[in-house]
Design a protein around this ligand. Structure first.
Ligand SMILES: [Zn+2]
Length: 317
């Protein structure tokens, strides 16, 4: 990575609303390049963002490789582009792009091999949501680091538009694309971007955690207010059944002898679509207990239905 002037970094990454932004480039992806956590960034550039994208590449002296073909994203044509400083790595990624469901493609983008392989194993199966697959791979009986919270990261996790999945909850069955639209609508103004620009293989993956610590350190240094808001949002424990069927809770978890105890105030952002009974149960209680790997229950009586899991995210795991 060539030296990038601090003033350029601080112009793009600050808590000021006027900071320039190319909406087609994920902030955490660009930070990952700047931190040396990954070498290649993949983006879909729509015409309205082309000028902002060119300016960003010029300011950071980034090289680009356009990928073949123009895609239609939400009615707009979009150009797939690879971005980075190392031409060789860009060309290797372009070659791997021929099969985006290959391990080579994920590895070319700079994701840890363990995480790429785990994601592909999930993709080939998909009998449950990716978050439950990752939880299953994680060590039990421990709090989870908020920096690996990917519950609200729907990138590479939604079915193809039009696929009708049997979503649970009051809106079943509708497509993932439609549920995602409703999720965004419900959470307008809430920044749900994760710290890590990929899905970890486990919530205690050492490589992912090391990268996420670097990334969050960068966020805290450049955008302290945004980093504090992100820490607060991502460290909320979550009771989770499916990708749009969950509830984040304002409170903190403790763990003792493999049993988690969560004292909470209310269901908190980002909001989702848990079933009505589950929502009422959560709203009428304030303490939840959960033996590792089991269904969460309320000490005052009652339990969430089978299929719900506790994701004990914490700011200080
Ligand atoms: Zn991993």
């Amino acid at each position: 990575m060539p030296p990038v002037a601090t003033k350029t970094i601080l112009r793009y990454f600050s808590d000021a609303l006027a900071a320039p932004r190319c909406a087609c480039v994920q902030q955490n992806d660009l930070m990952a390049l700047l931190c040396g956590v990954k070498d290649v960034l993949y983006a879909n550039i729509v015409p309205a963002q082309a000028a902002a994208f060119r300016e960003l590449c010029s300011d950071f002296r980034l090289k680009t490789e356009s990928l073949v073909g123009i895609r239609n994203i939400g009615g707009e044509s979009a150009q797939d582009v690879l971005v980075g400083w190392d031409k060789k790595k860009l060309l290797a990624a372009r070659k791997a792009y021929a099969d985006i469901l290959s391990a080579e493609w994920g590895i070319a983008l700079g994701y840890p091999e363990c995480c790429v392989k785990s994601y592909l194993a999930w993709k080939a199966d998909q009998s449950r949501d990716l978050v439950l697959h990752i939880l299953h791979n994680s060590a039990r009986g421990r709090l989870l680091d908020f920096r690996l919270n990917n519950v609200y990261n729907y990138f590479s996790r939604l079915e193809n538009p039009g696929f009708r999945s049997p979503q649970r909850g009051p809106f079943a069955p509708v497509s993932d694309g439609e549920m995602f639209r409703r999720f965004l609508e419900l959470n307008r103004g809430v920044n749900c971007e994760p710290v890590l620009p990929w899905h970890p293989c486990a919530y205690d993956c050492k490589k992912s955690l090391s990268a996420a610590k670097k990334l969050f350190g960068f966020m805290e240094a450049c955008t302290p207010l945004a980093a504090a808001a992100r820490r607060k949002l991502l460290s909320r424990p979550v009771v989770f059944r499916d990708k749009f069927d969950f509830a984040a809770l304002s409170g903190g978890c403790s763990v003792s002898g493999g049993v988690f105890r969560l004292e909470y105030g209310s269901i908190a952002a980002p909001l989702a679509f848990p079933g009505g009974n589950e929502k009422s149960l959560l709203e009428s209680n304030s303490v939840l207990k959960c033996r590792s790997g089991k269904t969460p229950l309320f000490p005052s009586g009652g339990a969430l239905p089978r299929g719900y899991a506790l994701l004990p995210f914490s700011a200080a795991p």
